[in-house]
Design a protein around this ligand. Structure first.
Ligand code: ATP
Length: 191
C-alpha cells in the first residue's frame, strides 16, 4: 500500500483533515498519538526514567508536560529521547502498513521533513494556514498563551521550507472550502 505523509504546522488542521479522510475509508497512522501511547510501555518508562531521573514519573506514568519542557530546551536530550521512541514508532508503522488493504494510507505527523521520515513515504501532503489563524486555533483549543504557541512555532521549520518539499497542498485558511480540496486530493492519491 502506498503511504503519503500528512503534515503541517501546529494548528494547521492535520487531525481535522485526517478525520475527513477517515470518512472516505482511508486508513490513517497517527504517529504522534502512537508516540504518546508508547510512553506507557514499561520498557520505555524504564529507559526514560534512567535518562531523566525519577522526577519524570508522576503517578506511575511519564509526566509528558515535564518531559516536553526539558527536551524543548535541551536538543541533546531530545535526540536521545527520539532514539528511544522513533524505532518503536517505526516498528508499529510497518506492522500497520502491512496489515492494511486499501489503495493508499496516510501517516499523520507534526514532524516529517525535520526527521527525514518523508524519504520513506510515497509523497507528502502539506496542510497550510496563516500563522495568526493557527495561533488562535491552538489558543482556543488548548487554553494556552499566544507566546507559548509562538515558542513552539519557532522550534519548527518555516512554512516555506516545508511547502517547497511537499507534493500536495491543502489550504485550511477558514476561507477556501476544505471538502472539495480533500475530494480532489483523494481522487489523485487513489490513482
Ligand atoms: P496540532 O499541530 O496542535 O496537533 P493540528 O494541525 O492537528 O494541531 P487540529 O487539531 O486539527 O490541528 O486543529 C486545531 C484546532 O482548530 C481544532 O480545535 C480544530 O477543531 C480547529 N480547526 C481546524 N481546522 C478548522 C476549520 N477549517 N474550521 C474550523 N475549525 C478548525
Amino acid at each position: 500500500m502506498k503511504v503519503y505523509g500528512i503534515t503541517g504546522g501546529i494548528g494547521s488542521g492535520k487531525t481535522t483533515i485526517c478525520k475527513v479522510f477517515e470518512t472516505l475509508n482511508v486508513p490513517i497512522f497517527y504517529a504522534d498519538l502512537v508516540g504518546r501511547e508508547i510512553l506507557k510501555e514499561e520498557s520505555i518508562i524504564e529507559q526514560i526514567q534512567l535518562l531523566f531521573g525519577k522526577e519524570i514519573i508522576f503517578n506511575g506514568a511519564i509526566d509528558r508536560a515535564k518531559l516536553a519542557q526539558i527536551v524543548f530546551n535541551d536538543k541533546e536530550k531530545l535526540t536521545v529521547l527520539n532514539s528511544i521512541i522513533h524505532p518503536e514508532v517505526a516498528k508499529l508503522f510497518e506492522e500497520w502498513r502491512l496489515s492494511q488493504n486499501a489503495n493508499y494510507g496516510l501517516k499523520e505527523a507534526a514532524i516529517l521533513f525535520e526527521s527525514g521520515s518523508n524519504k520513506h513515504l510515497d509523497g507528502v501532503v502539506y496542510i497550510s494556514a496563516p500563522e495568526n489563524i493557527r495561533i488562535q486555533r491552538v489558543v482556543d483549543r488548548d487554553k494556552v498563551s499566544i507566546q507559548s504557541v509562538r515558542d513552539r512555532i519557532s522550534n519548527q521549520w518555516p512554512e516555506e521550507q516545508k511547502l517547497a518539499l511537499a507534493n500536495y497542498r491543502v489550504l485550511n485558511d477558514n476561507k477556501l472550502a476544505l471538502t472539495p480540496q480533500i475530494l480532489k486530493l483523494h481522487k489523485e492519491l487513489t490513482k
